[in-house]
Design a protein around this ligand. Structure first.
Ligand SMILES: Nc1ncnc2c1ncn2[C@@H]1O[C@H](COP(=O)(O)OP(=O)(O)OP(=O)(O)O)[C@@H](O)[C@H]1O
Length: 238
């Protein structure tokens, strides 16, 4: 039985770069179940917040704390970048890679990678080079690669940016399945429709701070702040 790494708690966390505050102070708790959608205008700090939660950024001040000690948390969370980096390997080798680097034998890793390729709709592309896939196929590969080790938490930064409607729908259905399997999802998106479709709760960022944190339906129906109301209407918010 693997110990749960959630909740994740950020307390007065601040990220700075060259003396400039990119985000914070941020206080929030990511509880054990569901999908959190991180929303906000360009440059409001969505990517930096996800990177901070995942451990790609360090808090200059404040704390980022998981339920268990930090080293143990790394193996149980995954991060999918906006533009996933593809290795010059076949689809099945790319998906198997995280298993191979963590000690799974070749044969088992291959079998599980084939299973995951099929689950994300890449079952017919096992031998293709990852580098020649379409944008949507690359995202599906990135998701399979992230999910194959059964993470407890999956962070995604705008996973459907630049994808067409069909690819977006396919990615959303993979995410819905992962959520149903118990994977905790924390994801940024610019796509308001997608936010409404996927969110259980929302973190609305403005100028590097959490301006509003709410459950999805009250947030979309009646946001508490004028800035969130304006943002949802499509107005420019600064
Ligand atoms: N490497 C960096 N060096 C300096 N400043 C940075 C760096 N990365 C991001 N920033 C700044 O930090 C702030 C937050 O950026 P971030 O990318 O987290 O926002 P975002 O909400 O994800 O934006 P977008 O919606 O455009 O992707 C912005 O002001 C940005 O210019």
């Amino acid at each position: 039985m693997v110990a749960p790494i959630l909740p994740l708690t950020l307390s007065a966390a601040i990220v700075k770069r060259q003396g400039r505050r990119l985000i914070g102070p941020v206080d929030c708790t990511i509880e054990a179940a569901g999908t959190t959608i991180v929303m906000g205008p360009n440059g409001s700090g969505k990517t930096t917040l996800l990177r901070l939660m995942h451990g790609l950024e360090r808090a200059r001040e404040g704390r980022v704390a998981w339920a268990v000690d930090e080293p143990a948390t790394r193996a149980h969370q995954a991060y999918v970048f906006q533009t996933p980096i593809m290795m010059r390997r076949s689809v099945v080798e790319c998906i198997a890679y995280p298993l191979l680097t963590h000690g799974t034998g070749r044969r088992e890793a291959r079998a599980r990678a084939e299973e995951w390729a099929a689950r994300v709709g890449l079952g017919d592309a096992l031998g293709r080079m990852a580098t020649v896939l379409s944008g949507g196929e690359k995202q599906k590969l990135a998701l399979a690669r992230a999910l194959i080790r059964r993470p407890q938490v999956l962070f995604l930064d705008e996973p459907c940016a630049n994808l067409d409607g069909r690819a977006t729908r396919e990615i959303e259905s993979i995410l819905a399945e992962a959520r149903a399997d118990g994977v905790r999802i924390v994801m940024s998106t610019h796509d308001m429709g997608q936010a409404r479709r996927l969110a259980d709760d929302v973190l609305f960022l403005l100028n590097g701070r959490i301006h509003e944190a709410a459950m999805a339906w009250p947030f979309f129906a009646e946001p508490a702040t004028p800035e969130a109301r304006a943002f949802l209407k499509g107005d420019i918010v600064e």
